[in-house]
Design a protein around this ligand. Structure first.
Ligand SMILES: *Cc1c(COP(=O)(O)O)cnc(C)c1O
Length: 392
Protein backbone atom coordinates (compact mmCIF):
# COMPACT_ATOMS: atom_id res chain seq x y z
CA UNK A 1 0.00 0.00 0.00
CA UNK A 2 1.51 3.31 -0.99
CA UNK A 3 1.57 5.94 1.73
CA UNK A 4 -0.44 8.18 -0.54
CA UNK A 5 -3.48 5.91 -0.48
CA UNK A 6 -3.33 4.98 3.21
CA UNK A 7 -5.97 6.70 5.35
CA UNK A 8 -5.24 6.43 9.10
CA UNK A 9 -7.96 6.17 11.75
CA UNK A 10 -7.00 9.57 13.18
CA UNK A 11 -3.88 11.67 13.15
CA UNK A 12 -3.14 14.82 15.11
CA UNK A 13 -3.41 18.19 13.41
CA UNK A 14 -0.42 20.29 14.51
CA UNK A 15 -0.61 23.17 12.07
CA UNK A 16 -1.13 26.03 14.54
CA UNK A 17 1.44 27.44 16.97
CA UNK A 18 2.49 24.00 18.27
CA UNK A 19 6.02 24.19 16.81
CA UNK A 20 6.55 27.79 17.88
CA UNK A 21 5.55 27.15 21.49
CA UNK A 22 7.59 23.93 21.75
CA UNK A 23 10.69 25.69 20.37
CA UNK A 24 10.09 28.48 22.86
CA UNK A 25 10.13 25.86 25.66
CA UNK A 26 13.38 24.37 24.43
CA UNK A 27 15.05 27.75 24.04
CA UNK A 28 13.94 28.78 27.52
CA UNK A 29 15.20 25.43 28.96
CA UNK A 30 11.90 25.09 30.90
CA UNK A 31 11.19 21.61 29.63
CA UNK A 32 10.11 19.81 32.80
CA UNK A 33 6.95 20.24 34.83
CA UNK A 34 7.48 23.88 35.78
CA UNK A 35 6.95 26.68 33.30
CA UNK A 36 4.44 29.16 32.06
CA UNK A 37 2.75 26.94 29.46
CA UNK A 38 1.31 24.70 32.17
CA UNK A 39 -0.70 27.56 33.69
CA UNK A 40 -1.62 28.97 30.31
CA UNK A 41 -2.87 25.62 29.01
CA UNK A 42 -4.80 24.83 32.21
CA UNK A 43 -6.49 28.26 32.04
CA UNK A 44 -7.28 28.10 28.33
CA UNK A 45 -8.72 24.59 28.37
CA UNK A 46 -10.60 25.04 31.63
CA UNK A 47 -12.23 28.22 30.33
CA UNK A 48 -13.26 26.33 27.21
CA UNK A 49 -15.03 23.64 29.26
CA UNK A 50 -16.82 26.25 31.37
CA UNK A 51 -15.20 25.04 34.58
CA UNK A 52 -13.39 27.03 37.22
CA UNK A 53 -10.35 24.86 37.91
CA UNK A 54 -8.19 22.58 35.80
CA UNK A 55 -5.41 20.30 37.01
CA UNK A 56 -3.21 19.00 34.18
CA UNK A 57 -1.73 15.50 34.42
CA UNK A 58 0.68 13.20 32.61
CA UNK A 59 -2.15 11.39 30.78
CA UNK A 60 -5.88 10.71 30.89
CA UNK A 61 -5.50 7.60 33.03
CA UNK A 62 -3.62 9.52 35.73
CA UNK A 63 -6.29 12.25 35.53
CA UNK A 64 -8.96 9.66 36.37
CA UNK A 65 -6.90 8.03 39.12
CA UNK A 66 -6.02 11.42 40.64
CA UNK A 67 -9.67 12.50 40.66
CA UNK A 68 -11.00 9.25 42.12
CA UNK A 69 -8.33 9.28 44.85
CA UNK A 70 -8.93 12.95 45.70
CA UNK A 71 -12.66 12.25 46.05
CA UNK A 72 -11.77 9.79 48.82
CA UNK A 73 -12.91 6.65 47.00
CA UNK A 74 -11.09 3.46 47.96
CA UNK A 75 -11.25 -0.02 49.37
CA UNK A 76 -14.79 -1.23 50.12
CA UNK A 77 -16.40 1.32 47.80
CA UNK A 78 -18.20 0.70 44.52
CA UNK A 79 -18.19 2.90 41.43
CA UNK A 80 -20.73 2.35 38.65
CA UNK A 81 -19.03 2.20 35.23
CA UNK A 82 -20.45 1.47 31.76
CA UNK A 83 -19.61 -1.97 30.39
CA UNK A 84 -18.65 -0.47 27.01
CA UNK A 85 -15.66 1.85 27.41
CA UNK A 86 -11.89 1.97 27.20
CA UNK A 87 -10.35 -0.17 29.95
CA UNK A 88 -8.84 2.82 31.82
CA UNK A 89 -12.29 3.85 33.10
CA UNK A 90 -12.53 0.67 35.17
CA UNK A 91 -8.82 0.21 35.89
CA UNK A 92 -8.49 3.57 37.61
CA UNK A 93 -11.33 2.61 39.97
CA UNK A 94 -9.60 -0.72 40.66
CA UNK A 95 -6.24 1.03 41.35
CA UNK A 96 -7.80 2.65 44.42
CA UNK A 97 -9.04 -0.67 45.81
CA UNK A 98 -12.65 0.19 44.95
CA UNK A 99 -14.79 -2.08 42.78
CA UNK A 100 -16.00 -1.05 39.33
CA UNK A 101 -19.61 -2.21 38.99
CA UNK A 102 -20.35 -2.79 35.33
CA UNK A 103 -23.65 -1.61 33.93
CA UNK A 104 -25.08 -2.09 30.45
CA UNK A 105 -25.50 0.81 28.04
CA UNK A 106 -28.44 2.39 26.25
CA UNK A 107 -28.90 1.34 22.64
CA UNK A 108 -29.89 4.78 21.43
CA UNK A 109 -26.83 6.66 22.77
CA UNK A 110 -24.35 3.80 23.35
CA UNK A 111 -23.75 5.34 26.80
CA UNK A 112 -24.44 4.13 30.34
CA UNK A 113 -28.15 3.40 30.88
CA UNK A 114 -29.62 5.48 33.74
CA UNK A 115 -32.28 2.86 34.52
CA UNK A 116 -29.61 0.24 35.03
CA UNK A 117 -27.53 2.62 37.14
CA UNK A 118 -30.34 2.83 39.69
CA UNK A 119 -30.68 -0.96 39.73
CA UNK A 120 -26.96 -1.32 40.48
CA UNK A 121 -26.83 1.01 43.48
CA UNK A 122 -25.95 -0.66 46.81
CA UNK A 123 -24.94 0.54 50.27
CA UNK A 124 -21.33 0.59 49.05
CA UNK A 125 -21.91 2.72 45.95
CA UNK A 126 -19.94 5.98 46.18
CA UNK A 127 -19.92 7.27 42.63
CA UNK A 128 -21.14 6.99 39.05
CA UNK A 129 -18.68 7.28 36.18
CA UNK A 130 -20.48 8.19 32.95
CA UNK A 131 -18.25 7.93 29.86
CA UNK A 132 -19.09 10.12 26.87
CA UNK A 133 -18.34 7.38 24.37
CA UNK A 134 -16.87 8.29 20.97
CA UNK A 135 -17.86 11.93 21.54
CA UNK A 136 -21.56 11.58 22.46
CA UNK A 137 -22.64 12.97 25.85
CA UNK A 138 -24.08 10.53 28.37
CA UNK A 139 -27.54 11.39 29.72
CA UNK A 140 -26.27 13.81 32.37
CA UNK A 141 -29.74 15.12 33.24
CA UNK A 142 -30.89 11.75 34.54
CA UNK A 143 -27.48 10.79 35.92
CA UNK A 144 -27.23 13.98 38.01
CA UNK A 145 -30.79 13.37 39.22
CA UNK A 146 -29.88 9.87 40.37
CA UNK A 147 -26.69 11.15 42.00
CA UNK A 148 -28.57 13.82 43.94
CA UNK A 149 -31.24 11.36 45.06
CA UNK A 150 -28.73 8.77 46.31
CA UNK A 151 -26.01 11.24 47.37
CA UNK A 152 -23.41 9.88 44.97
CA UNK A 153 -20.39 11.53 43.39
CA UNK A 154 -20.17 11.86 39.60
CA UNK A 155 -16.87 11.38 37.77
CA UNK A 156 -17.22 12.21 34.08
CA UNK A 157 -14.82 10.32 31.85
CA UNK A 158 -14.70 12.92 29.09
CA UNK A 159 -11.53 11.53 27.51
CA UNK A 160 -13.25 11.19 24.11
CA UNK A 161 -15.58 14.17 24.14
CA UNK A 162 -13.85 17.54 24.58
CA UNK A 163 -16.42 20.18 23.71
CA UNK A 164 -19.45 17.85 23.47
CA UNK A 165 -22.53 19.55 24.93
CA UNK A 166 -25.81 18.66 26.56
CA UNK A 167 -28.85 20.79 27.27
CA UNK A 168 -29.53 20.58 30.98
CA UNK A 169 -33.05 20.58 32.38
CA UNK A 170 -32.48 23.73 34.37
CA UNK A 171 -32.05 27.33 33.29
CA UNK A 172 -28.98 29.52 33.76
CA UNK A 173 -30.75 31.31 36.59
CA UNK A 174 -31.63 28.13 38.47
CA UNK A 175 -28.13 26.83 37.89
CA UNK A 176 -26.57 29.86 39.48
CA UNK A 177 -28.96 29.72 42.41
CA UNK A 178 -28.33 26.03 42.95
CA UNK A 179 -24.58 26.15 42.73
CA UNK A 180 -23.85 29.76 43.65
CA UNK A 181 -20.98 29.47 41.22
CA UNK A 182 -21.58 32.36 38.90
CA UNK A 183 -22.40 35.84 39.97
CA UNK A 184 -25.69 37.16 38.65
CA UNK A 185 -26.92 35.52 35.48
CA UNK A 186 -30.49 36.72 35.09
CA UNK A 187 -31.65 34.99 31.93
CA UNK A 188 -33.99 32.04 31.79
CA UNK A 189 -32.11 30.70 28.78
CA UNK A 190 -31.73 26.93 28.69
CA UNK A 191 -28.38 25.80 29.93
CA UNK A 192 -26.11 24.04 27.50
CA UNK A 193 -23.18 22.52 29.38
CA UNK A 194 -19.97 21.11 28.01
CA UNK A 195 -19.16 17.64 29.24
CA UNK A 196 -16.64 17.57 32.05
CA UNK A 197 -18.28 20.57 33.73
CA UNK A 198 -21.41 18.84 35.05
CA UNK A 199 -20.28 16.18 37.53
CA UNK A 200 -17.99 16.68 40.52
CA UNK A 201 -15.03 16.23 38.19
CA UNK A 202 -14.39 15.84 34.46
CA UNK A 203 -11.40 13.85 33.24
CA UNK A 204 -9.85 14.46 29.83
CA UNK A 205 -7.17 12.71 27.77
CA UNK A 206 -4.81 14.42 25.33
CA UNK A 207 -3.42 11.24 23.78
CA UNK A 208 -2.28 11.55 20.15
CA UNK A 209 -5.61 10.59 18.58
CA UNK A 210 -7.95 12.45 20.95
CA UNK A 211 -9.87 15.65 20.05
CA UNK A 212 -6.85 17.72 21.07
CA UNK A 213 -3.47 16.28 21.97
CA UNK A 214 -0.34 16.97 23.98
CA UNK A 215 1.33 13.71 22.85
CA UNK A 216 0.42 12.12 26.17
CA UNK A 217 -1.48 14.20 28.69
CA UNK A 218 -4.64 14.70 30.69
CA UNK A 219 -6.61 17.13 32.81
CA UNK A 220 -9.16 17.07 35.59
CA UNK A 221 -11.68 19.92 35.54
CA UNK A 222 -13.85 20.87 38.51
CA UNK A 223 -15.74 23.74 40.11
CA UNK A 224 -14.73 22.59 43.59
CA UNK A 225 -11.82 24.72 44.79
CA UNK A 226 -10.87 22.50 47.71
CA UNK A 227 -10.80 19.44 45.49
CA UNK A 228 -8.57 21.23 42.96
CA UNK A 229 -6.11 22.14 45.73
CA UNK A 230 -6.09 18.54 46.93
CA UNK A 231 -5.47 17.23 43.42
CA UNK A 232 -2.54 19.63 42.91
CA UNK A 233 -0.95 18.31 46.10
CA UNK A 234 -1.57 14.63 45.25
CA UNK A 235 -0.22 15.21 41.72
CA UNK A 236 3.07 16.41 43.26
CA UNK A 237 3.93 13.53 45.66
CA UNK A 238 1.58 14.85 48.34
CA UNK A 239 4.11 17.58 49.08
CA UNK A 240 2.98 20.34 51.40
CA UNK A 241 2.86 23.47 49.17
CA UNK A 242 4.40 25.59 51.92
CA UNK A 243 7.03 23.15 53.17
CA UNK A 244 9.42 21.62 50.66
CA UNK A 245 10.03 17.86 50.94
CA UNK A 246 7.40 17.58 53.66
CA UNK A 247 4.67 15.17 52.63
CA UNK A 248 1.34 15.06 54.45
CA UNK A 249 -0.04 12.19 52.38
CA UNK A 250 1.13 9.57 49.90
CA UNK A 251 0.86 11.25 46.51
CA UNK A 252 1.99 10.57 42.97
CA UNK A 253 4.11 12.12 40.26
CA UNK A 254 1.31 12.77 37.76
CA UNK A 255 2.58 16.14 36.50
CA UNK A 256 2.40 17.32 32.89
CA UNK A 257 5.56 18.79 31.34
CA UNK A 258 5.86 22.32 30.03
CA UNK A 259 6.52 20.86 26.55
CA UNK A 260 3.27 18.90 26.64
CA UNK A 261 1.44 22.01 27.81
CA UNK A 262 3.03 24.09 25.03
CA UNK A 263 1.51 21.73 22.46
CA UNK A 264 -1.73 21.74 24.45
CA UNK A 265 -2.02 25.53 24.47
CA UNK A 266 -1.62 25.68 20.69
CA UNK A 267 -4.21 22.90 20.36
CA UNK A 268 -6.65 24.57 22.76
CA UNK A 269 -6.41 27.77 20.70
CA UNK A 270 -7.73 25.74 17.73
CA UNK A 271 -10.21 23.48 19.51
CA UNK A 272 -13.35 25.10 18.08
CA UNK A 273 -12.02 24.71 14.57
CA UNK A 274 -11.04 21.08 15.22
CA UNK A 275 -14.48 20.21 16.61
CA UNK A 276 -16.32 21.95 13.76
CA UNK A 277 -14.24 19.99 11.31
CA UNK A 278 -15.11 16.69 13.07
CA UNK A 279 -18.79 17.58 12.94
CA UNK A 280 -18.61 18.58 9.28
CA UNK A 281 -16.88 15.32 8.39
CA UNK A 282 -19.54 13.36 10.30
CA UNK A 283 -22.20 15.21 8.32
CA UNK A 284 -20.60 14.12 5.04
CA UNK A 285 -20.30 10.51 6.21
CA UNK A 286 -23.95 10.54 7.38
CA UNK A 287 -25.09 11.85 4.03
CA UNK A 288 -23.06 9.27 2.10
CA UNK A 289 -24.10 6.31 4.26
CA UNK A 290 -27.68 7.15 5.17
CA UNK A 291 -29.34 4.68 2.80
CA UNK A 292 -27.03 1.70 3.08
CA UNK A 293 -29.09 -1.24 4.36
CA UNK A 294 -27.64 -2.76 7.52
CA UNK A 295 -25.39 0.20 8.31
CA UNK A 296 -26.36 2.08 11.50
CA UNK A 297 -25.26 5.70 11.83
CA UNK A 298 -23.84 7.28 15.01
CA UNK A 299 -26.33 8.79 17.47
CA UNK A 300 -26.92 12.42 18.27
CA UNK A 301 -29.73 12.55 20.82
CA UNK A 302 -32.03 15.58 20.92
CA UNK A 303 -30.55 18.17 23.25
CA UNK A 304 -26.97 17.05 22.72
CA UNK A 305 -24.03 17.99 20.55
CA UNK A 306 -21.87 15.04 19.54
CA UNK A 307 -18.23 15.87 18.69
CA UNK A 308 -17.76 12.59 16.77
CA UNK A 309 -14.31 11.84 18.19
CA UNK A 310 -14.33 8.70 16.08
CA UNK A 311 -17.03 8.49 13.44
CA UNK A 312 -18.68 5.15 14.22
CA UNK A 313 -21.12 2.89 12.43
CA UNK A 314 -22.89 -0.38 13.21
CA UNK A 315 -22.67 -3.21 10.70
CA UNK A 316 -25.41 -5.84 10.72
CA UNK A 317 -27.69 -7.83 8.40
CA UNK A 318 -28.89 -7.29 5.74
CA UNK A 319 -25.42 -5.83 5.06
CA UNK A 320 -23.56 -8.53 3.14
CA UNK A 321 -20.37 -8.58 5.26
CA UNK A 322 -19.81 -8.88 8.98
CA UNK A 323 -18.08 -6.04 10.79
CA UNK A 324 -14.79 -7.94 10.80
CA UNK A 325 -15.05 -8.84 7.11
CA UNK A 326 -15.71 -5.20 6.24
CA UNK A 327 -12.66 -4.16 8.32
CA UNK A 328 -10.49 -6.59 6.33
CA UNK A 329 -11.79 -5.35 3.01
CA UNK A 330 -11.22 -1.72 3.95
CA UNK A 331 -7.73 -2.50 5.29
CA UNK A 332 -6.81 -4.00 1.92
CA UNK A 333 -7.78 -0.67 0.34
CA UNK A 334 -5.60 1.26 2.78
CA UNK A 335 -8.44 2.41 5.00
CA UNK A 336 -7.59 1.98 8.67
CA UNK A 337 -10.52 1.25 10.98
CA UNK A 338 -11.02 0.11 14.57
CA UNK A 339 -13.56 -2.27 16.07
CA UNK A 340 -15.52 -0.98 19.08
CA UNK A 341 -14.05 -1.69 22.52
CA UNK A 342 -14.52 -5.17 23.95
CA UNK A 343 -17.07 -5.17 26.73
CA UNK A 344 -15.30 -5.02 30.08
CA UNK A 345 -17.12 -8.07 31.42
CA UNK A 346 -15.68 -10.37 28.74
CA UNK A 347 -12.03 -9.60 29.60
CA UNK A 348 -10.06 -11.43 32.31
CA UNK A 349 -9.70 -8.60 34.90
CA UNK A 350 -13.46 -7.99 35.03
CA UNK A 351 -14.86 -11.28 33.78
CA UNK A 352 -18.49 -12.02 34.61
CA UNK A 353 -20.72 -14.73 33.24
CA UNK A 354 -23.86 -12.62 33.05
CA UNK A 355 -25.22 -11.19 29.83
CA UNK A 356 -25.10 -7.46 29.18
CA UNK A 357 -26.86 -7.61 25.85
CA UNK A 358 -26.69 -4.05 24.51
CA UNK A 359 -22.98 -3.52 25.10
CA UNK A 360 -22.28 -7.01 23.73
CA UNK A 361 -24.22 -6.21 20.58
CA UNK A 362 -22.46 -2.88 20.04
CA UNK A 363 -19.02 -4.38 20.77
CA UNK A 364 -19.65 -7.03 18.11
CA UNK A 365 -21.06 -4.76 15.41
CA UNK A 366 -19.47 -1.33 15.92
CA UNK A 367 -16.77 0.06 13.67
CA UNK A 368 -14.82 3.34 13.86
CA UNK A 369 -14.03 4.85 10.45
CA UNK A 370 -11.17 7.31 9.74
CA UNK A 371 -11.91 10.48 11.67
CA UNK A 372 -8.86 12.75 11.47
CA UNK A 373 -9.55 16.44 10.87
CA UNK A 374 -7.16 16.30 7.90
CA UNK A 375 -9.55 14.09 5.91
CA UNK A 376 -10.64 15.57 2.61
CA UNK A 377 -14.19 15.39 1.25
CA UNK A 378 -12.89 13.13 -1.50
CA UNK A 379 -11.35 10.74 1.01
CA UNK A 380 -14.59 10.52 3.00
CA UNK A 381 -16.51 9.88 -0.22
CA UNK A 382 -14.02 7.20 -1.20
CA UNK A 383 -14.37 5.43 2.16
CA UNK A 384 -18.17 5.66 2.09
CA UNK A 385 -18.12 4.46 -1.52
CA UNK A 386 -16.24 1.34 -0.48
CA UNK A 387 -18.75 0.66 2.30
CA UNK A 388 -21.59 1.02 -0.22
CA UNK A 389 -19.81 -1.13 -2.79
CA UNK A 390 -19.54 -4.12 -0.42
CA UNK A 391 -23.22 -3.89 0.46
CA UNK A 392 -24.15 -5.23 -2.96
C1 LIG B 1 -8.22 7.58 26.04
C2 LIG B 1 -9.12 7.24 27.15
C3 LIG B 1 -8.69 7.20 28.49
C4 LIG B 1 -7.26 7.25 28.91
O1 LIG B 1 -6.50 8.28 28.46
P1 LIG B 1 -4.91 8.12 28.25
O2 LIG B 1 -4.49 9.52 28.02
O3 LIG B 1 -4.70 7.23 27.07
O4 LIG B 1 -4.34 7.56 29.51
C5 LIG B 1 -9.65 7.01 29.48
N1 LIG B 1 -10.94 6.80 29.18
C6 LIG B 1 -11.38 6.78 27.91
C7 LIG B 1 -12.83 6.56 27.67
C8 LIG B 1 -10.48 6.97 26.86
O5 LIG B 1 -10.93 6.92 25.60
Amino acid sequence: MSKKNFIPIAEPSLTGKETKYVLDCLESTWISSKGEYINLFEKEFTRFTGCKYGVSTSNGTTALHLAITALGIGSGDEVIVPNLTFIASANTVAYTGAKPVLVDVDESTWNIDPVRIEQAITKRTKAIMPVHLYGHPADMNRIMGIARKHKLLVIEDAAEAHGAEIKMNITMKQYNNVTMRGSTVKTDKPLWCKVGSIGNVGCFSFYGNKIITTGEGGMVTTNDRELAVKMRILRDHGQNPRRRYYHDVIGFNYRMTNIQAAIGLAQAERIRYLINKKRQNAGIYNHELSHVKGIGLPPEAIGTKNVFWLYSILVDKPYRLTRDELMDKLAKKGVETRPFFHTLHTMPPYFQKKQLAVSEYLAGHGLNLPSGVGLTVDQIKRIAGLVRQYSK
